[in-house]
Ligand binder design. Structure first.
Ligand code: ZN
Length: 445
C-alpha cells in the first residue's frame, strides 16, 4: 500500500535524461518516491491511501529557490526604486535594527513559506539573522530549507557583539544538524564588504568543519565590486579565492560583475552560483554573465532573493524572466532555452545547495517533493510542450497541489495544515509598526 498516488499526469521528471512522461503516475511511501512511470493500459495502478487524479496536468519536481531571505517578507515594498547602498543603509538596516526580533522574524518567515508553498517552491536556501526562529518557522510550515545563520562585522539582530558572529553561526549549525528532516543548517556571510578577511576565513572554516554550505553575496553591484577591488587589489572573487573560501560547498549569490578570470575561479573551485535576475533588474545591478558561466562549467542555480528586493518569491515567474533576460543580453533566442532554465530551478538548484542526492528530480528513492499544475488554468492551454509551458506561461497561481516529503501541503490551492489569515494579520500588524517608526523623510519613498 502506497501513501500517495498521483495519476493521469503529464510528468516532467527533470531526471538526468530530462525525460517527459506524457501520461504517467508517481507514488510515494512515507517521505520517498516509490515509482515514477508511464501508465500502461491493462496494468493496475498501485493502491494508495491518498489518490489524486491530476486530470492530465503537469507534474514536476518541487522548485528549488536557491537564494532568499525569508524574514524580509516584512519589508516587502517598504522602499523601492532606490540604489542598493541607499536602500540597505537608509531603509533596510535601520528597520532591521528595531524590528528583526525572533517573533517578527518567525511571522515573516511563515508568510514567505506560505507564498512559496502556494507558488510551487518546496525548498529554499535562506540567509538571515535569528536563524533559529527562521528554521523553526519553516519546519512548522512544512517547507524544506537550507537555513544559513547570517554573519556580518557589525551588530546584528540576535548578535549584538560582532566578535561572537561566527560562534553564533556555529552554535546554530550544531543545534540544527539532525534536528528536523526538513532543515539543513548553513552559514551565510553577508558579503566580502560587510565581513572582514578574518571573519570570512573563520566562518568558512566553521562551515567546513561542520560539513555545511557556506553562502555569500558576491559582486552584486558595480560600485561595491570597484570599492573592494580598490581596497584589496583584486576582484571580489579573486579575494575570496585568496582567502580559501571558494569550494564545492560554497554558494555565491548574484555574480553580476564577474570577469573572465573570476568565472574561471568559480568553475575551477566548484563553487556554485545562485542567479537572481529580478532582484538584479530591480536594483539596476546589471545582468550576470550567465552564458559565460555556463560555458565555463559553473554550477548554476536560480533564486528570487528576499522579497524586499524582488518583491515576490514566485520562482515560476523568475524562470520566465531568466530565460528572456539572457536572450536580450545575447540577442540569441535559442540561448537559455526552457529546459536549461528549468534545470536551474530544479535538479541543478538542488545540487548547488547540497541537496542533489535527495531532491530536484522525480526519481524513485528521492524525496517526494513535487507540484501539480492546474490543467484548467487558461494560461496552460493548449499544451504542445510542457517544459516551455512551465517556464514561459505558468506563474505561481497555476500551482494546484504541493507535496513536500510525501505530504500534501497545498491541496486545490488551499493550505492543508496551516491557515493564512492569522499570518497575514500578524505580518500586517508588524508592517504598521515599521511604517509608523520611519522618519518623516523616509516615508513615501
Ligand atoms: Zn540576497
Amino acid at each position: 500500500m502506497e501513501d500517495l498516488l498521483i495519476h493521469n499526469a503529464l510528468i516532467v521528471t527533470a531526471n538526468p535524461a530530462f525525460e517527459v512522461i506524457p501520461r504517467g503516475f508517481v507514488s510515494a511511501r512515507k517521505e520517498r518516491l516509490t515509482s515514477v512511470a508511464a501508465q500502461v493500459k491493462g496494468r493496475a495502478l498501485p493502491p494508495a491511501r491518498e489518490v489524486i487524479d491530476a486530470g492530465g496536468g503537469i507534474v514536476l519536481p518541487g522548485l528549488v529557490n536557491a537564494h532568499t531571505h525569508l524574514p524580509m517578507a516584512m519589508y516587502r515594498g517598504l522602499a523601492d526604486d532606490l540604489p542598493l547602498m541607499e536602500w540597505l543603509e537608509d531603509h533596510i538596516f535601520p528597520a532591521e535594527a528595531r524590528f528583526a526580533t525572533p517573533e517578527n522574524i518567525a511571522w515573516a518567515t511563515r508568510l514567505s513559506c506560505a507564498e512559496m508553498l502556494l507558488g510551487g517552491v518546496t525548498t529554499c536556501c535562506d540567509g538571515y539573522f535569528e536563524a533559529d526562529a527562521v528554521a523553526a518557522a519553516a519546519a512548522e510550515m512544512g517547507l524544506r530549507a537550507v537555513v544559513g545563520q547570517g554573519v556580518v562585522d557589525f551588530p546584528a539582530p540576535g548578535v549584538p557583539d560582532p566578535a561572537g558572529n561566527v560562534a553564533a553561526a556555529e552554535g546554530f549549525v550544531r543545534r540544527w544538524q539532525g534536528r528536523s528532516p526538513l532543515i539543513t543548517p548553513a552559514i551565510f556571510c553577508h558579503s566580502p564588504y560587510t565581513c572582514g578577511a578574518a571573519t570570512l576565513k573563520a566562518a568558512k572554516a566553521a562551515a567546513r568543519q561542520a560539513g555545511v554550505l557556506f553562502q555569500i553575496h558576491l559582486a552584486e553591484t558595480r560600485e561595491e565590486t570597484a570599492r573592494l577591488t580598490r581596497a584589496e587589489g583584486c576582484s571580489p572573487a579573486a579575494y575570496l579565492a585568496r582567502l580559501g573560501v571558494l569550494d564545492r560547498q560554497t554558494l555565491a549569490v548574484h555574480g553580476v560583475w564577474l570577469n573572465e578570470a573570476d568565472i574561471r575561479l568559480l568553475a575551477d573551485s566548484g563553487a556554485a552560483l545562485a542567479h537572481c535576475p529580478e532582484s538584479n533588474m530591480k536594483l539596476g545591478a546589471g545582468i550576470a554573465p550567465l552564458a559565460a558561466m555556463r560555458a565555463a562549467g559553473v554550477r548554476l542555480a536560480l533564486g528570487t532573493d528576499g522579497c524586499a528586493s524582488n518583491n515576490d518569491q514566485d520562482l515560476l515567474r523568475e524562470m520566465d524572466t531568466a530565460a528572456k533576460l539572457h536572450k536580450v543580453r545575447s540577442g540569441d533566442p535559442t540561448s537559455f532555452d526552457a529546459a536549461t532554465v528549468l534545470r536551474m530551478a530544479t535538479s541543478q538548484g538542488a545540487e548547488a545547495i547540497g541537496l542533489g542526492a535527495a531532491i530536484g528530480s522525480l526519481e524513485a528513492g528521492k524525496q517526494a517533493d513535487l507540484i501539480v499544475l492546474d490543467p484548467r488554468h487558461p494560461a496552460l492551454n493548449p499544451c504542445y510542450n510542457p517544459v516551455s509551458q512551465v517556464v514561459y506561461a505558468a506563474a505561481g497561481d497555476a500551482v494546484q497541489h504541493t507535496v513536500v516529503a510525501g505530504r500534501l501541503r497545498v491541496r486545490n490551492r488551499r493550505p492543508v495544515d496551516w491557515s493564512l489569515p492569522p499570518i497575514l494579520e500578524a505580518v500586517n500588524a508588524i508592517a504598521r509598526d515599521i511604517a509608523a517608526a520611519r522618519p518623516p523623510a523616509a516615508r513615501g519613498r
